[in-house]
Design a binder for this molecule. Structure first.
Ligand SMILES: Nc1ncnc2c1ncn2[C@@H]1O[C@H](COP(=O)(O)OP(=O)(O)OP(=O)(O)O)[C@@H](O)[C@H]1O
Length: 243
């Protein structure tokens, strides 16, 4: 039965890294089946927030609930897929060998290997050793691992970095197809032109969520021509408001 709890519910989340608070009382929730973009400049805290969602980040205060359970709970292990920014695959194994290995660790069906190879468009590189792949192909192997086991929530840290426009387009089509099947996706990026493809945007800056809404609503609220302009406008508004 489909649960009605949100896919993600974050309340007053504060995270300290290296003795400095890098997330300041972040609060938001995400309904199931949404494609949410996490956007903001380098260092604003996107990766830290994603780490908190998958339960690998020590949290100072606040709560992070994922698919109805506390982030990082044992029961979430097979329900949440995470693709880190730095690919975490074995360089001396082929694409298929990596995927077979991770499928067995995750206890995902063996047939998933062919499915995810196809989804990320790596059919031709299936038997190629990972150390010989291009940067974009390597990113896609990393993404393929996160897709194994058909997780209900996918947390993807800059999955389209280094990809040409055609591949980026294909991946966004894949994200949409996954969401249409009920998967929730949280995708970080600092490329504004990808933001328009999401259902919902969380604009982050300096450890805070500056704005949270549908791309079109953010654009019309600020009166900007595009999302880049909207983001700049929101930064100005934020700078002028009391802390
Ligand atoms: N291990 C760490 N120790 C100390 N500070 C850290 C550590 N990791 C990250 N930080 C700091 O936390 C802040 C948020 O970093 P984070 O990696 O979450 O940003 P980001 O938005 O994902 O950046 P990017 O887009 O460049 O990946 C930054 O100021 C960063 O320097």
């Amino acid at each position: 039965m489909m649960s009605s709890s949100p896919a993600v519910d974050v309340r007053d989340l504060c995270v300290v890294r290296g003795g400095r608070e890098v997330l300041h009382r972040i609060t938001f929730d995400v309904p199931r089946g949404a494609v949410v973009g996490l956007l903001g400049p380098s260092g604003c805290g996107k990766t830290t927030l994603m780490r908190a969602l998958v339960g690998v980040q020590i949290v100072d205060s606040g709560t992070v609930t994922v698919l109805g359970d506390a982030a990082g709970s044992r029961g979430l292990r097979h329900r949440v897929g995470y693709a880190t920014q730095t690919p975490a695959v074995y360089a001396d194994l082929s694409v298929a060998e990596n995927l077979r290995y991770f499928a067995s660790v995750l206890r995902a069906p063996r047939s998933d290997v062919d499915r995810v190879v196809d989804e990320v468009g790596l059919g031709k590189q299936r038997d190629q050793v990972v150390s010989t792949l291009s940067g974009g192909q390597l990113n896609r192997v990393n993404l393929a691992v996160a897709l194994l086991g058909t997780p209900e929530l996918l947390v993807l840290d800059e999955p389209t970095v280094g990809l040409d426009p055609v591949l980026r387009e294909e991946l966004w089509e894949l994200f949409r197809a996954l969401a249409d099947r009920g998967t929730t996706l949280i995708v970080s990026s600092h490329v504004m032109d990808e933001a328009g493809r999401t259902d919902r945007l969380l604009l982050m800056r300096e450890g805070r969520v500056l704005a949270d809404g549908a791309p079109e609503a953010l654009r019309s609220r600020t009166g900007a021509d595009d999302l880049e302009g909207a983001f700049l406008q929101l930064i100005k508004e934020h700078a002028g408001s009391p802390a």
